[in-house]
Design a protein around this ligand. Structure first.
Ligand code: CO
Length: 453
């Protein structure tokens, strides 16, 4: 079996370690070499890359994708979307989702990985249909977490569901880095019994077990693993690509090219370290993640929330409250946005001395069913306390949203020169408007030249 590699440095790698600050001009000089390195695919788009381009870098994310595509001839280009949320934090109407997927593929994406935080696949339905419609490779994703209901059997059933939906491959997304090596082995072995689809594994080094997990996953016959070229590996990111190219025999990767790529990125990483964009904290190993089953990022968020309230002494109490809140709410996986929601509720419960005395709007919406179906039923008493006798919505959340494309088009008006611009505005209204306004202004240099004439 030939193990394939998805190189993640240009998306998750720099998102995890340097706050998604890589510029297109830092990517392009090396991209042809990366194209020749023998990767199955390169993850280059989605996640925070789009937002970061317009918010911090004054770059058109669509243009970045097109420029990369122009130079990448052999390797598949991959992106990540949060199902019906696309790259944002709320559900979009089906017409926006379809248009966004269509344009992503048109501009150069081959593989779209789509997931839902709750593993409620009604929330990825429209992305799956659209990816297939526009001839992309659709990778259906299960978000990995642990709880009484999140057993190997549960995930095997989820794989069957994904296969029925028509996906082309499966991804196990261990966003918190808490999948234990032996569980990973069992999970992949059992999945392989029910599907012939390629299985890809995604993890993070946060807790310190990622490399061991990959070895056991390889034993179980995983088809693809996600790794990142060494300067953007480790810490809260993925394991280093070169290591796997070295230890695995009979693969197509070219170790020499890989070290040239690493040498290219090293000084770039050093620059971001000096500028303080690489926060040394992200390189820490946090095995407590495994003990509390809470993602590393959530632990540090809790610390600072409690610090602000001068209640750091309540830290252990809050940590114990988190699993209880999760149980009350039907075991939502702790991934954005649910990790923040569950964390905040736990802090409220402990600091106010009464559970669910104060409930954030997002938790209320979740209990109302607006995020989709919880993995296990929500505790009835808690539900009553939060939304009273109101009946929870049980349908597909996006069914409640009227088509939105025309509305967004009208709102952004002349500033948008293309459907891509309209989609940029749909996803990140404020920053896209600023970006598009800026783009239309004459550049300072031009004005100076004109004055001179
Ligand atoms: Co990730």
């Amino acid at each position: 079996m030939k193990l394939k590699i998805t190189e993640t440095s240009l998306r998750d790698g720099h998102q995890s370690l340097i706050a998604t600050r890589l510029k297109t001009e830092e990517i392009l000089p090396i991209i042809e070499k990366m194209d020749k390195a023998g990767f199955h695919s390169m993850e280059v788009w989605g996640g925070a890359t789009f937002d970061s381009c317009i918010r911090f870098l004054n770059e058109d994310p669509w243009e970045r994708l097109r420029l990369i595509r122009e130079k990448v001839k052999n390797t598949k280009l991959q992106m990540l979307v949060r199902g019906q949320n696309l790259l944002g934090y709320k559900h979009y109407a089906d017409d926006v989702v379809e248009e966004f997927i269509k344009k992503s593929i048109e501009n150069g994406i081959d593989i779209v990985r789509t997931f839902d935080a709750l593993n409620d696949f009604r929330n990825i339905e429209t992305t799956v249909k659209s990816i297939k419609k526009y001839n992309g490779h659709c990778q259906g994703c299960i978000a990995y977490t642990t709880s009484d209901v999140h057993t190997v059997k549960y995930y095997v059933e989820k794989v069957k569901e994904l296969e029925k939906m028509g996906v082309d491959s499966i991804c196990i997304k261990d966003m918190a880095g808490i999948l234990l090596p032996e569980t990973g082995y069992e999970l992949i072995t059992e999945m392989k019994k029910v599907t012939e689809l390629p299985i890809e594994l995604h993890t993070h080094c946060t807790s310190g077990i990622a490399q061991m997990l990959y070895l056991r996953a390889i034993d179980a016959g995983v088809d693809i693993i996600d790794t990142s070229i060494s300067p953007f590996s480790g810490g809260t990111g993925q394991p280093a690509t070169e290591v796997y190219a070295q230890i695995l025999q009979g693969t197509e990767r070219d170790p020499e090219l890989l070290s040239e790529i690493a040498d290219y990125f090293k000084p770039i990483k050093e620059k971001y370290r000096k500028e303080g964009i690489l926060n040394p904290k992200v390189m820490d190993t946090e095995p407590k993640t495994l003990v509390y089953q809470v993602p590393g990022g959530m632990l540090s968020n809790l610390m600072s929330q409690l610090e602000q309230q001068k209640a750091l002494d309540k830290y252990e109490q809050v940590l114990k409250e988190i699993p209880r809140v999760r149980k009350d709410l039907g075991y939502p996986p702790l991934v954005t946005p649910l990790s923040q929601m569950v964390g905040t509720q736990s802090v409220f419960n402990v600091l106010l001395g009464e559970r669910y005395k104060v409930v954030p709007k997002e938790i209320r919406d979740y209990v109302k069913g607006l995020y989709g179906k919880s993995p296990a039923p929500i505790d009835l008493e808690i539900q009553k306390k939060i939304i009273g006798d109101a009946e929870a919505f049980t349908g597909r959340p996006a069914d409640m949203i009227e088509p939105e494309m025309e509305k967004f088009k009208a709102e952004i008006g002349e500033l948008a020169k293309s459907t891509e611009d309209v989609l940029m505005y749909a996803l990140f209204p404020e920053n896209a408007r600023k970006f598009l306004e800026n783009r239309n202004k004459p550049q300072v240099e031009e004005i100076e030249i004109n004055l001179f004439v």
